[in-house]
Design a protein around this ligand. Structure first.
Ligand SMILES: *[C@@H]1O[C@H](CO)[C@@H](O)[C@H](O)[C@H]1NC(C)=O
Ligand SMILES: *[C@@H]1O[C@H](CO)[C@@H](O)[C@H](O)[C@H]1NC(C)=O
Length: 531
């Protein structure tokens, strides 16, 4: 994650999400890629829905172990619907044997005078107190394995600490603290160390390459070497390559592909935060125009890889879950619509409730975190509901095909459904998993509910502010504005209205909000993504 940042759900053991048997047998040769999909040995899609669990800061211990037993955190990961973790590590954990094998967890916390935190570890995770740091790292991976959590080992930086700034000494290959040969050595050792650990399914080679010296030709040289090294040391893992400019840019791959000797293991990763698009930009532009513009950028910077037949792993995104980040709030709606439509693999920043020590501050709270600082309670259940819509796979090999459309409302994380009580013709918001039999025909502009008894149209013949109903009179529904997320129709008197949601989550019709140019208003209550 870039340093720029100032810094109850049902537990579904669906076979499409949890692909691992308890003994991990499904993964004996790991996952592989088939076109843009990540698949298991049966060729069935495995969608990565991960959270980032930092373990690369100064103490080099997975965060949160002073608050909860590691098994309890692993259980929470599954409880929130994630099937995987991007687990970060500093290169020194593999290139400095003193750090890895001779410094114990106790010594590491003592070194930073984190005595209260050490007490917490003694209480919640006594078994790791006297383990060397590398063995403690392994213990956390095993804990995730016990809960069926897949792990991607992410080399986050070289020296333990918070990441990332443009002028860090380990920003790009050749920087004072980024010796490419040492890095390759570290990757090899890490890959080999987890060769027989079934739940380790991927390695992400280096987080957020950046800085004044980043050149694509240097990127190819070392990323290809790193990829070969990892594959040779552990042929089971997915090899995940990140881009330049804080991993927001893989555009150079459009014209020059990566050359590696192995097949079906290569994945690319991209990061996307609101501040990647310029601070304040999401609030200072019209949201429809800006969302469309940024989606064009995301396509050019990496989205095109899906079309070229590579999996694209959105391995960092997120925002302040307290709701106070106006830029982040706007970005999230645009991002979620995109992620749902593309059905990409992803990892949210972050699982963390807080950090032992980050940027010199003890106990810094992670405002982007899924868990509270107690590492048990969910930070914001609305936020979790919104991202839970993109957890299950909707497309890809082996995913049970659903021919119906869903009408996703990114702002709430709900979908448009029929009123469940007496007034079945009225529409409201409800869980996206309910799979209402919607069918959208973009050519003629009809939005139809194909019931087993009847075919009903969205009937927009209402005046502003009134509820939208299902009926016999079909309104022509158009996707308007640059974002294409407004669903608009004409009333009998010829005026245009847009679908909207009132404070009770009823679906209503209202005058369309700031379709273009106007930056002052937030149209997202009227944003629906037809999936
Ligand atoms: C290796 O790690 C130890 C313990 O953190 C540290 O004291 C030492 O300076 C490191 N060595 C190098 C070469 O960075
Ligand atoms: C939770 O997140 C939603 C948006 O995802 C936001 O509107 C709300 O204010 C947040 N709630 C709290 C209590 O922070």
């Amino acid at each position: 994650m870039a340093k720029l940042i100032p810094c109850s759900f049902v537990f579904i053991l669906s076979s499409s999400i949890l692909v691992m048997t308890n003994d991990g047998s499904v993964f004996s040769d790991g996952l592989s890629t088939r076109s843009r999909w990540i698949v298991d040995e049966r060729g069935h899609r495995v969608k990565l829905a991960c959270a980032n669990w930092p373990s690369h800061l100064q103490p080099v211990v997975a965060e949160g172990l002073h608050k909860q037993p590691m098994d309890s955190i692993s259980e929470r990961i599954r409880f929130m619907g994630f099937n995987c973790v991007r687990f970060t590590w500093p290169l020194e954990l593999m290139t400095n044997d003193t750090l890895a094998f001779h410094v114990t967890v106790t010594q590491s916390f003592q070194r930073y005078r984190l005595f209260q935190e050490l007490d917490g570890i003694r209480r919640h995770n006594p078994s790791i107190l006297h383990l060397p740091l590398f063995n403690a790292f392994e213990a956390v991976v095993s804990s995730m394995g016990r809960y069926g959590v897949m792990v991607i080992l992410d080399n986050h930086k070289t020296v333990p600490g918070w990441c990332c700034g443009n002028h860090d000494p380990d920003a790009f290959f050749g920087d004072p603290e980024f010796d490419p040969n040492l890095w390759i050595l570290g990757l090899k050792k890490m890959a080999a160390s987890f060769r027989n650990v079934k739940n380790v399914i991927g390695m992400s080679l280096r987080n957020e390459l950046r800085g004044p010296k980043e050149y694509p030709h240097v990127w190819y040289k070392y990323m290809q070497q790193g990829a070969e090294a990892v594959h040779a040391s552990n042929p089971n893992v997915l090899v995940i390559l990140s881009g330049i400019n804080f991993d927001t840019d893989l555009s150079f791959l459009e014209h020059l592909p990566v050359h590696v000797s192995f097949k079906s293991k290569l994945v690319f990763e991209l990061h996307w935060y609101s501040f990647s698009d310029g601070r304040g930009s999401w609030r200072s532009h019209n949201l429809n125009d800006f969302c469309a513009k940024i989606l064009g950028k995301v396509r050019n910077n990496g989205g095109f890889l899906l079309e070229k037949g590579f999996p694209l792993f959105l391995s960092e995104f997120g925002t302040n879950q307290g709701g106070g980040d106006g830029d982040g709030n706007r970005y999230m709606n645009c991002m979620l619509g995109w992620a749902a439509e593309k059905d990409v693999d992803w990892a949210i920043w972050a699982l963390a409730g807080d950090y032992y020590l980050r940027q010199g501050k003890r106990g810094l709270v992670e405002t982007y975190g899924m868990l509270n600082p107690n590492w048990h309670h969910i930070h914001n259940s609305t936020f979790l509901r919104r991202i839970s819509v993109i957890q299950p796979p909707y497309k890809g090999p082996g995913v049970s095909h659903n021919q119906h459309n869903r009408i996703f409302h990114p702002l709430t994380g709900f979908c448009v459904v029929r009123n469940s009580r007496k007034r079945r013709s009225e529409l409201t918001l409800g869980p996206c998993g309910r799979h209402e039999p919607w069918s959208y025909n973009g050519h003629i502009g009809t939005l139809v509910m194909k019931d087993h008894r009847s075919v009903l149209c969205l009937e927009g013949d209402v005046t502003g502010g009134r509820r939208v109903k299902l009926g016999k009179k079909c309104s022509k529904i158009e996707r308007v504005s640059a974002s294409k997320m407004h669903l608009s129709f004409k009333t009998r008197l010829g005026s245009s209205l847009c679908l909207d949601v009132d404070s009770m989550n009823n679906v209503v019709a209202n005058p369309c909000k700031c379709l273009s140019k106007d930056a002052s208003c937030d149209p997202t209550s009227q944003w629906f993504k037809i999936l």
